[in-house]
Every structure is written in structure tokens, then in C-alpha cells.
Design a binder for this molecule. Structure first.
Ligand code: ATP
Ligand code: MG
Length: 248
């Protein structure tokens, strides 16, 4: 956790008591480094998994929490599987990775899933933990459309992943971040894998992750066209999609 000066703050002794229900019991996350990957996961795929594992390893996160949205604010898929089905696909996909957990908090909350509400709830449930919200560059470039984005960016660190078709250089358009342009260019050019932007209370970790040109949109289109989706997502998820006739 960080104070107004952006320096580390010792968690208070009160942290172990009286917190709301959480996936990880309260009291055991002082200084815990917790990654959070929110998404529609419609469906989850190897791009999500490989990027989350890479970031966990690089930033030495103890856990990555996958949080399927109930109703994504920016999307309106017509034939979207239920939130419970998308969550089940996440559960199947992360099985076997002891550092990955799925959370149903946005599904339980219902309504539109705003990241600010999720981060506030996680800060309550994991007092003393350092929160790293992981997002692809495509989503991050839209950050100014997110609910209460300025406050959100002071409540957790952001980890921004490279994504096919997006350039770190476009972060320069987010003028409030004052990102050094040579760092952005070095990430795009492959001379650098990571850079950190520190602006006021905001921390943004830019990460060039191994390249997986995989997206849920492409997977859905492949299924509709009767094409193969093998090696785009875990086998268990592929089987679940077939058994439940999703996206067909
Ligand atoms: P869709 O095509 O439906 O938008 P998606 O593949 O982008 O699906 P989301 O559920 O929207 O998947 O993604 C959740 C988060 O993971 C977003 O922040 C997104 O940018 C990021 N992400 C998804 N796929 C990748 C990938 N291959 N590499 C890096 N980040 C990714
Ligand atoms: Mg997306």
C-alpha cells in the first residue's frame, strides 16, 4: 500500500479484523502482491493465461485473481454465454496453476461491472495487500472512459500488457501520465521488455509480453465459421464449449 507521497506504508494492525468475505482469508495478505485480471472471458484463452503467468513471474505476484465481469460496461455481445458459464470456463482454464484463482465477486454483485467497485471491494477484503490491476494495452488506451478512472488509478497499480495491433507509443496521448516517449518507443521496438511510469500517486507498469495473437473475438468467429480453435485455449475449455454448444 502507498501513501500520498507514493512511498510504501506499513499496513495497520487492524487489518486482520472484521473484513468482508474474500477468496483469500483476511489477515494473511499483509504486503501480499495481488494481481487482478478482469475481463469478459468470452471465452478465456491462452493469451490471457500466458500473459498473466508472465506478469506474475516478472512482478513476483503471489496470486492472480481472474474476475469475470457480470455485465461489461463497454460490450454488448448478443449471444454471450451466461456469466456462470464464462466463470466455469475460467475455472477449467486455471486448474493446475496454484497461483491463479477465479473470483465470482462481479457476478455476485450483478449489474454493470465497474472496475472501481471491484478494486474498492478488494481493498476492503485484502487490507495491506498491494493490488496490481492487469489490462491489455487495447483496454488501457480507453482508460479515460472508465468510471472514476482518475480515482481508480490511485487505488491500485496498473500493469499494461502489449497486444497485437496496439502501440505503447499511443500512451503518449494520455497526457496526464507524462510517459517518457523514449521508453514507449523502446518497448514498441523490442529494445525493452518493461518500463514503469510514476506520476503523482499513479503507478503504471508497462510490460511487453511474449506475443500471442489470440482474442476471444477471433475464437468466436472461428467457431461460427466451423473452423478449428485448437491451441487457442485450454483443451478443457474447448470441450466445455463443444458440450454446451456455445457460440455455434
Ligand atoms: P474480446 O475480443 O471479446 O474483447 P479479449 O480477447 O480481448 O476478448 P477480454 O476478456 O476482453 O478478452 O480481455 C480481458 C483483458 O485481457 C483485457 O484487458 C485484454 O486487453 C487482455 N487480453 C486479452 N487477450 C490478450 C492477449 N492475447 N495478450 C495480452 N492481453 C490480452
Ligand atoms: Mg477485449
Amino acid at each position: 500500500m502507498r501513501n500520498e507521497k507514493g512511498t510504501e506504508r506499513k499496513p495497520s494492525w487492524r487489518s486482520a479484523n472484521g473484513n468482508p468475505k474474500s477468496e483469500i482469508k483476511t489477515g494473511d495478505h499483509l504486503n501480499q502482491r495481488l494481481g487482478i485480471l478482469g475481463g469478459t472471458f468470452n471465452p478465456i484463452h491462452l493469451g490471457h493465461l500466458a500473459a498473466a503467468e508472465e506478469v506474475r513471474d516478472r512482478l513476483k505476484l503471489e496470486k492472480v485473481l481472474f474476475i469475470p465481469s457480470f455485465l461489461p460496461p463497454h460490450k454488448s455481445e448478443e449471444d454471450m454465454p451466461s456469466a456462470v458459464q464464462r466463470q466455469e470456463m475460467v475455472r477449467l482454464a486455471i486448474k493446475g496453476n496454484p497461483h491463479f484463482t477465479v473470483s465470482d465477486m462481479e457476478i455476485r454483485r450483478g449489474g454493470r461491472s465497474y472496475t472501481i467497485d471491484t478494486i474498492e471491494a478488494l481493498r476492503q477484503a485484502h487490507i495491506g495487500a498491494e493490488l496490481y490491476f492487469i489490462t491489455g494495452l487495447d483496454s488501457f488506451l480507453e482508460i479515460r472512459t472508465w468510471k472514476e478512472w482518475q480515482r481508480l488509478m490511485t487505488l491500485c497499480s496498473f500493469v499494461v500488457l502489449s497486444r497485437e495491433g496496439c502501440r505503447f507509443r499511443d500512451i503518449a496521448k494520455l497526457a496526464f501520465l507524462n510517459a517518457p516517449e523514449h521508453d514507449l518507443a523502446a518497448l514498441d521496438g523490442g529494445e525493452k521488455d518493461q518500463a514503469v511510469i510514476r506520476t503523482g500517486n499513479m503507478r503504471v507498469y508497462l510490460q511487453r509480453v511474449p506475443f500471442y495473437d489470440i482474442s476471444s473475438t477471433d475464437i468466436r468467429a472461428r467457431i461460427r465459421a466451423g473452423r478449428s480453435i485448437k491451441y487457442h485455449l485450454p483443451e478443457a475449455v474447448e470441450h466445455y464449449i463443444i458440450e454446451n454448444k456455445l457460440y455455434a
